[in-house]
Design a protein around this ligand. Structure first.
Ligand code: FES
Length: 105
């Protein structure tokens, strides 16, 4: 599993997603509830960025139609989205947030 630096830990604000691109793949990095998560930054319902949505209770909400995706699994828990969004493994090394584009679930 290859990890790449996505951003600095100190660049993240609690509950404020940060959009990055790794090898051309858009990824939203989210620090919340004492953990850092990486989720594919395209909603599974339509082609919009999840990083523009709100974070609450370990979920990210799509701003367009309100589907909520679990940051741990990528699964939606509210319609209209029915398909999960890929989530990616994260490692923290010092101030570096490292992400592997290998899909976790
Ligand atoms: S585009 Fe995200 S829920 Fe519709």
């Amino acid at each position: 599993m290859t990890f790449r630096r996505a951003c600095g830990l100190s660049e993240l604000e609690e509950d404020t997603p940060k959009r990055v691109e790794l090898d051309g793949t858009p990824v939203s990095i989210v620090q919340t509830e004492g953990e850092v998560f990486a989720i594919h930054d395209i909603c599974s319902h339509a082609n919009v960025s999840l990083a523009e949505g709100e974070v609450d209770d370990c979920h990210i909400e799509c701003w367009l139609h309100g589907s909520r995706f679990d940051l741990r699994s990528g699964k939606p828990d509210a319609l209209p989205a029915t398909r999960p969004v890929p989530v990616y493994p994260v490692k923290i090394e010092g101030d570096d947030v490292l992400v592997s584009l290998t899909q976790e679930s």
